[in-house]
Ligand binder design. Structure first.
Ligand code: ZN
Length: 278
């Protein structure tokens, strides 16, 4: 029952995340405010944030309709919320974890379409994450996890800053900023700094693996659905241009890193044994 309730909450949050990520994504193009049409800019309220059906809502002024594929965000959020509720149960630790999952989903949605990690989403999420972890950790069973959380945040940021310096085209500075959020929550999983660092290494390996896999999937997608499939809007494909070989497909790393961290977080108990949040 509890799992189903949190799943329904996830569906509602997913609709909101879709609205937020669409607005942030288009912000560079014209400074949209919440709940306005991407095409003509007229306000159409919060109706498009209604889960699932909101995605099909056309603009009443110009008839513009968002891509129906965005409904994936509503459904994934519902699934991830239900999964976390199932794993954590009705515990206070669920509150910061739901925020973490929401932030990862919204940031990944923007990164997939815009090839950017949006500061306007990431930094508020990082700030809210620190506050929620501080509030819901203590005084209680997770108080000792706060130092590993802060160390993890800095450690993962520094760890990704090095490859960013060497190959910024492969790993952008947005991914370094995302690593702060990932490291914060990975560190919070465990009572010691050393365990948090082990999880960060696992997360980096898993993230790179998911990054390579997403490159292959998107590379195949561009051959099946055409070169505009999840293409970088800053580098439009010239008509008639041959796509690069699949192993050189350019994809954003953010979603892979986020999925890597989330997976390692869920399995942190199996990886390290002993006691932790999972
Ligand atoms: Zn419109």
């Amino acid at each position: 029952m509890f799992v189903a309730l949190v799943g329904v909450l996830g569906l509602l949050v997913g609709g909101l995340l879709r609205l937020v990520s669409e607005t942030v994504r288009d912000h560079d193009g014209g400074g949209r405010t919440w709940g306005t049409c991407a095409s003509c800019g007229d306000a159409h309220g919060l109706a498009s944030a209604i889960p699932v059906v909101g995605v099909r809502r056309a603009c009443s002024s110009c008839g513009h309709q968002p891509h129906p594929g965005r409904v994936v965000l509503d459904l994934t959020t519902a699934g991830v919320f239900a999964l976390l509720a199932y794993r954590v149960g009705a515990a206070w630790a669920l509150v910061p974890l739901l925020l973490f999952a929401s932030a990862l989903l919204a940031v990944s949605a923007v990164d997939l379409e815009r090839f950017r990690i949006p500061d306007r989403l990431l930094f508020p999420a990082l700030g809210a994450g620190i506050v929620l972890l501080a509030v819901f950790s203590g005084p209680g069973e997770w108080t000792g996890h706060l130092v590993p959380a802060v160390v993890g945040m800095l450690a993962y940021g520094v760890l990704l800053f090095i490859p960013n310096l060497i190959a910024p085209a492969m790993l952008g500075f947005g991914d370094v900023k995302l690593a702060l959020l990932l490291g914060l929550f990975l560190g919070w999983m465990r009572p010691t700094v050393a365990e948090g660092l082990v999880l960060i290494i696992w997360s980096l390996v898993a993230g790179m693996l998911f990054g390579v896999l997403s490159g292959i999937v998107v590379g195949i997608g561009r051959r099946v659905f055409g070169p505009t499939f999840l293409a970088d809007p800053d580098f439009p494909v010239a008509p008639g241009e041959d796509p690069p070989p699949i192993h050189r497909t350019a994809v954003p790393m953010g979603p892979g890193l986020a999925l890597g961290a989330f997976t390692v977080m869920l399995f942190s108990g199996s990886i390290l044994g002993g006691s932790g949040v999972f």
